[in-house]
Design a protein around this ligand. Sequence first.
Ligand SMILES: *[C@@H]1O[C@H](CO)[C@@H](O)[C@H](O)[C@H]1NC(C)=O
Ligand SMILES: *[C@@H]1O[C@H](CO)[C@@H](O)[C@H](O)[C@H]1NC(C)=O
Ligand SMILES: *[C@@H]1O[C@H](CO)[C@@H](O)[C@H](O)[C@H]1NC(C)=O
Ligand SMILES: *[C@@H]1O[C@H](CO)[C@@H](O)[C@H](O)[C@H]1NC(C)=O
Ligand SMILES: *[C@@H]1O[C@H](CO)[C@@H](O)[C@H](O)[C@H]1NC(C)=O
Ligand SMILES: *[C@@H]1O[C@H](CO)[C@@H](O)[C@H](O)[C@H]1NC(C)=O
Ligand SMILES: *[C@@H]1O[C@H](CO)[C@@H](O)[C@H](O)[C@H]1NC(C)=O
Ligand SMILES: *[C@@H]1O[C@H](CO)[C@@H](O)[C@H](O)[C@H]1NC(C)=O
Length: 607
Amino acid sequence: MSFFILFFLLHLHNFFQLSFSQTLPPNTTGYACDFNQTATSCQTYAFFRAMGPNQLDLASISDLFSVSRPMIAKPSNLTSLTSPLSPNQSLFIPLTCTCNLVNTTTYLSYAKINYTIKAGDTFYIVSTNLFHNLTTYQSVEIVNPTLVPINLTIGQDVIFPIFCKCPTKTQLQNNVNYLISYVFQPFDTISSIALIFGSSRNSIVEVNGDHIKPWDTVFVPVSRLPELAQPPPTSVLSGSKSDRKGEVIGLGIGVGVCGVLLILMGGFWAYRETLWKQRVGKNKGDVERKETKVGVSVMMADVSECLDKYKVYRIEELNEATHGFDERCVIQGSVFKGCIDGKLYAIKRMKWNAFEELKILQKVNHGNLVMLEGFCIDSDDANCYLVYEYLENGSLYTRLHDNETEKLSWKARLRIAVDIANGLQYIHEHTIPRVVHKDIKTSNILLDSQMRAKIANFGLAKSGCNAITMHIVGTQGYIAPEYLSDGIVSTKMDVFSFGVVLLELISGREAVDEEGKALWVEAYAKFSGDEESQKHMLKGFIDDAILNESCLVDNVMKVMSIAVACLHKDPSKRPSMVDIVYALCKSDDLFTDISEDGFSPRQVFAR
Ligand SMILES: *[C@@H]1O[C@H](CO)[C@@H](O)[C@H](O)[C@H]1NC(C)=O
Ligand SMILES: *[C@@H]1O[C@H](CO)[C@@H](O)[C@H](O)[C@H]1NC(C)=O
Ligand SMILES: *[C@@H]1O[C@H](CO)[C@@H](O)[C@H](O)[C@H]1NC(C)=O
Ligand SMILES: *[C@@H]1O[C@H](CO)[C@@H](O)[C@H](O)[C@H]1NC(C)=O
Ligand SMILES: *[C@@H]1O[C@H](CO)[C@@H](O)[C@H](O)[C@H]1NC(C)=O
Ligand SMILES: *[C@@H]1O[C@H](CO)[C@@H](O)[C@H](O)[C@H]1NC(C)=O
Ligand SMILES: *[C@@H]1O[C@H](CO)[C@@H](O)[C@H](O)[C@H]1NC(C)=O
Ligand SMILES: *[C@@H]1O[C@H](CO)[C@@H](O)[C@H](O)[C@H]1NC(C)=O
């Protein structure tokens, strides 16, 4: 009896579902939403096939939908942001879907995409050719009631309503988390769509009815975004080849490092777990002991490469050296000054992400990079310590901006610029795979007793995970615009930051002023015009402390033009570090005299 009732109810349920969708056939003006039944806004995706000839690169598609490339690459399982796409390559475009009141009675569900009208565009052409029928010209007209479709002007902004739907409360309860927008193709059947998305024919019919015509938008209910099988990225089309290679490698490493980190964390967790268990009680079974061994050996295998190259310190040694990490020993942040066997060191305390820095530093060895002497793992409080050479003269930031220190002369500044450029050139050109520092700024440049500069803090370097996660790291005022907007990691982002450091050396001003204005914005506006007016402005820009040095302005002007070149908005137009080293050394004839190592510290300070 109860079975029968259940059976009946199920049928009744299906019947209502079907009749509901059949009374509301999909139509060309858009897809209605019930304002009270669905979330007012949700994140969803549209399925999009890249088609030629203008849409075979990720950049043009991300521009079209006003999202960043990583935001498409990640859900679409793409590993490269720059490789050309293959014809018909499938992508998932992220959309912010909303339920909008278009007139007093009608709510339509769509994502608003801004589009600027170009020559030859009509609502119809843009909807069918560019947006591949994810919207219709009728719907564009409804959403833009003030525009006259037959009288569009070039440059006019139009909202294109990309069809989408948010799941209702009932759907969410039934584990339908996304309704993916898919344009029904002439060769499609409902079953073939179900196959692409790992959904079922019935669930698609439940949402869309079964009178689906070609070019209708179908909303495919899924609990999670299916993973797309992508062809391997093809070779790079054009442009500055070596640079693009850098980006691709950066990304590859990112994924690699993330993997390693995960393993490390896992290993470490197992290790700590057992330490704890050993403390709590010793009666542990064999099984658990085996697990521990695996954990620790995974961890040690990873560190092992570093073992022969670096000294491994005991935590007691470091405690003693820093008087128990006393506040008075703090150099800056979590970096402490410590004395071990009569020699000074800088000891950096960090959480487990130290391994990224460790793995990079063991690959690099250059006079203009701060040298790592050893490390220490303290399993008790999950800290890791990196022990570096100690540099007497602190950071360039303090030297430039702290009024209590003696001001640097122009020659010393130029020397420092060349040192940094040499260090960067080394990590960009001579490491395999190449390293991008990602956080070049004056507080990460340290000065030794001879006022020679060394690059420090590789903590963010190569953590290329960010290249796809959109998690922006770096420091305000130094970050390259393309990294901020698209999360693109390349050696050219270091070039940009280096340009900002040059500006600080010239002006003695900070990268960001008290009002939060970036120095580079002002400098770029002032110094990318004609030369005569620039020279005049330069006098107002140069640091007062060096203004009285003889024969200065022409020389500073040359460095300023290098800085401006580094700040170019288009990363591919920025010079490489090799060009910069060359240009800097050439910028001052006198400079060749002091570029040899016989540079006396007395010349360092401005009078
Ligand atoms: C179809 O269009 C009519 C008005 O033309 C609208 O009232 C109705 O809600 C639309 N149907 C759907 C399913 O969006
Ligand atoms: C939503 O519900 C409120 C009451 O809860 C009602 O006044 C309103 O008319 C409803 N709106 C729509 C569009 O159904
Ligand atoms: C892409 O899809 C279209 C149909 O939409 C088909 O005619 C064409 O041959 C496909 N191209 C490739 C390279 O698969
Ligand atoms: C609202 O828009 C729909 C089309 O989307 C149209 O059919 C309907 O007549 C409009 N209602 C009013 C009151 O303008
Ligand atoms: C779209 O354009 C409008 C006005 O032109 C603007 O207010 C809005 O911020 C733009 N939206 C996006 C996502 O760019
Ligand atoms: C969009 O639909 C039209 C028919 O309305 C069709 O001719 C066109 O090929 C479709 N566009 C794409 C990109 O599929
Ligand atoms: C077309 O638009 C322009 C300005 O946008 C306006 O001056 C002109 O009157 C319009 N013509 C018609 C026929 O609406
Ligand atoms: C995602 O892409 C990678 C490589 O690009 C591939 O190995 C993997 O199989 C893809 N995932 C699926 C589900 O196809």
